[in-house]
Design a protein around this ligand. Structure first.
Ligand code: NAD
Length: 395
């Protein structure tokens, strides 16, 4: 049996299980195992990336897919996207075990959910894998522009990193407005950890506003590129970035950079950056608050990428839940709206005496569960996102 839905009794054994809508185990070409988790589809089809990782066990993979798919529900909800949350993982080494046939069979697994889950790239997968997946399903996004070109998709698709950076920039401005009463960044000093795809683009935007920049990276090539493209910047060794005397610390590298060791070193008054899972533990939100540091929740400020692939999906599939035509301009405007989302989260936190991370989670739950925490889809029939279009089917 290539596909099998995991039952509740088994899933109850996982701390990360949250009454997920559906979790499917799939046997792929060559015998590799994948799991697709659909956490919640109240707002629309469950969008979330496909990760390929050499998990030590199937249990580890199930734990990860449960956790990550739930995160996507929250991220998509706060981003104001009519999308639910899902994720997929393949157990395997992406450097050795990945090939086109494997990805086509993954596409067939995605297709088996009839549009309930929409996949995209994540760590261990890339644009070329999405192209292979698209041979077996239309429920895939994040395709390279050359594949979309000439198909009337209106300049959607392509590298989302500059859009992620734009969302961070807008979010940072809102945080400055909240903290200092002005969104003028020109007198600020920002310390940026990681000048890769997103970090460098963010620096370019900040530079235009006259922001003083201090950056670090573990990769010499990234630093050379940053110097070439940004001109006058200060570079510090990676371990010194936390203690830079800047108003803003912007984590744009790896996860868990805010932890017991680094938080006490911070001089910044605002944390606003693109990295995923910045807090190593949940209580680090409180630790930042205790130091009077305003933390902008990562999944709120870094949603530019998912907005970008979400719009690409709305445009090229039969599912357009928006009451307007999907264009690149509309997508960019939605990304710029991250500024308002950050403002909403920070205001909610202040009004409800919550830390920003808790406030973001509450707001997300209000959006996908309704104000009373009740499931908002009460229909007997499960929503279908397949080929009928979403508008009449999704509330
Ligand atoms: P990237 O790999 O292009 O850039 C990351 C940079 O950080 C690299 O230059 C790397 O050398 C550097 N780095 C790694 N470890 C470091 C360390 N300890 N200290 C300093 N620098 C270090 O990745 P990216 O696409 O720019 O993404 C950055 C972060 O943002 C990641 O956490 C990613 O998950 C998250 N994110 C990215 C997007 C996107 O659209 N690319 C969207 C949402 C979230």
């Amino acid at each position: 049996m290539p596909y099998e839905d995991l039952n509740e009794e088994y899933l109850n054994g996982f701390e990360a299980y949250d009454g997920h809508e559906q979790v499917r185990k799939c046997e792929l070409e060559g015998g590799l195992i994948a799991f697709i988790a659909v956490h919640n589809i109240n707002l629309g089809p469950a969008l979330g990336g496909l990760r390929m990782c050499a998990y030590a066990s199937e249990r580890d993979a199930v734990h990860d897919v449960l956790r990550l798919s739930k995160g996507m529900t929250y991220k998509n909800a706060v981003a104001g996207l009519p999308l639910g949350g899902g994720k997929a993982v393949i157990i395997g080494d992406h450097r050795k075990d990945k090939n086109e046939d494997l990805m086509i069979s993954m596409g067939a697994a995605v297709e088996s959910l009839d549009g309930k889950y929409v996949t995209a790239e994540d760590s261990g997968t890339g644009e070329e894998d999405m192209v292979a997946i698209s041979e077996a399903t239309e429920h895939v996004t994040g395709l390279p522009p050359e594949v979309l070109a000439g198909k009337g998709f209106g300049e959607l698709g392509g590298n989302p990193s500059p859009l992620t950076a734009l969302g961070c920039y807008r979010g940072l401005k809102s945080a400055a407005q909240f903290k200092y009463g002005s969104d003028d960044l020109s007198s600020l000093h920002v310390a940026v950890q990681g000048v890769g795809a997103v970090g460098l683009e963010l620096c370019k935007l900040l530079k235009q506003d006259g922001v003083k920049l201090t950056v670090c990276d573990i990769d010499e090539l990234s630093l050379t590129k940053a110097k070439e493209e940004l001109g006058q910047i200060t570079i510090v060794p990676p371990e010194e970035i936390y203690a830079v005397d800047a108003q803003v610390f912007s984590p744009c590298a790896m996860g868990a950079s805010l932890n017991d060791k680094t938080i006490p070193q911070l001089q910044a008054e605002i944390i606003a950056g693109a990295a995923n899972n910045q807090l190593q533990k949940e209580y680090h939100d409180q630790m930042l608050a205790d130091q009077n540091i305003l933390y902008v929740p990562d999944y709120v400020i870094n949603a530019g990428g998912v907005i970008c692939v979400g719009y690409e999906y709305f445009r090229k599939s039969h599912y357009n839940p928006m009451d307007f035509e999907i264009t690149r301009e509309r997508m960019v405007a939605h990304v710029e709206g991250i500024g308002r989302n950050v403002e909403e989260v920070l205001t909610y936190a202040r009004e409800h005496h919550l830390n920003p991370g808790e406030a973001a989670d509450r707001l997300a739950e209000e959006k996908f569960l309704g104000p009373d925490g009740l499931e908002s889809t009460n229909s007997e029939e499960p929503p279908s996102f397949g080929t009928n279009g979403g508008k009449t089917l999704v509330q």
